[in-house]
Design a protein around this ligand. Structure first.
Ligand code: FMN
Length: 209
C-alpha cells in the first residue's frame, strides 16, 4: 500500500502558499492511490524540539538508563524516523525564511538524520543514505525570485534540502517553486495557480499506472 508522509513547515499557518500548493499534490496522489495511507505533520504548529545536550546524551545512553524527558524525546524522534522510513512518497511544503528553511523543518531534520537509521558511514568514511526508495516532492514558496536569476546563489533552501535528503538516501526529488509571493496578491495568486499545475503534474505522472 502507498504510504505518504506529508510535512508542512510554513510558520504562516493557513496563509501559507506552499501548503496550499502541496495540498493539491496530496489530493492528486490520493486520487491515484485511493487506499493510500497519509501521515500528516504540521511542523509549524507542532514545533519539533531543538536537539540539545540532554537529548544528544540520551541518544548515546542505553534505553533503560535514559531519564524521563530525554527518554520521551528520543522516543518521539524514533517515531519520526519510523514515519519517514515507512513512507514511499514524501511531500514537504517549505516557506523560505531568511533565505533558508523554517527552523521547525530544520529541527525535524536534526531528529531524523540519525546514524544507523537514515545514514551510515562505511569503513572508508563514505556516507550512505539508508532512507532509500522514496520519491520526494518539495513545494517551496519564496517571497522573492531566485530560479534562473542572479539571486539563485542566495536560495539556500533548494541546495540544502537536496543535499540533506540525498545524504539520507532520497535522491528522487522534484521541486515545485512558487516564487514572488511578496509582490502583491495578484502575483502570488498567479504563482500559486502555476505551482498547483506543476505539483499536480508531478504527483500524477509516475503514479497514474
Ligand atoms: C520571517 C520571514 C522571513 C522571510 N524571509 C524571506 C527571505 O529571506 N527571502 C524571501 O524571498 N522571502 C522571505 N520571506 C517571504 C516568504 O518566503 C514568503 O512569504 C513565502 O510565501 C512563505 O511561504 P508560505 O507562503 O508557504 O508561508 C520571509 C517571510 C517571513 C515571514
Amino acid at each position: 500500500m502507498t504510504k505518504i508522509l506529508y510535512l508542512k513547515s510554513s510558520p504562516r499557518g493557513d496563509a501559507s502558499y506552499s501548503t496550499r500548493v502541496a495540498d493539491h499534490a496530496i489530493a492528486e496522489l490520493r486520487q491515484a492511490h485511493p487506499g493510500a495511507e497519509t501521515v500528516e505533520r504540521d511542523l509549524g504548529r507542532e514545533k519539533p524540539f531543538h536537539i540539545d545536550a540532554d537529548y544528544l546524551k540520551a541518544l548515546g545512553t542505553p534505553e533503560g538508563e535514559r531519564n524521563g524527558e530525554a527518554r520521551a524525546r528520543v522516543a518521539h524522534a524514533d517515531a519520526l524516523i519510523d514515519e519517514l522510513l515507512a513512507a514511499d512518497t514524501v511531500v514537504i511544503s517549505v516557506a523560505m525564511i531568511n533565505f533558508a528553511i523554517p527552523s521547525t523543518l530544520k529541527s525535524w531534520i536534526d531528529q531524523v538524520a540519525r546514524a544507523g537509521r537514515t545514514f551510515r558511514y562505511d569503513e572508508k568514511g563514505q556516507p550512505h543514505g539508508l532512507a532509500t526508495g522514496k520519491r520526494v516532492i518539495l513545494v517551496q514558496a519564496h517571497g522573492g525570485r531566485y530560479c534562473n536569476t542572479q539571486a539563485q546563489s542566495i536560495d539556500f533552501v533548494t541546495p540544502y534540502l537536496r543535499h540533506m535528503l540525498g545524504f539520507m538516501g532520497m535522491t528522487d526529488v522534484e521541486v515545485v517553486h512558487v516564487e514572488g509571493t511578496i509582490f502583491g496578491e495578484e502575483v502570488a495568486e498567479k504563482a500559486v495557480i502555476a505551482g498547483i499545475e506543476r505539483a499536480r503534474g508531478h504527483a500524477s505522472v509516475r503514479h497514474a499506472a
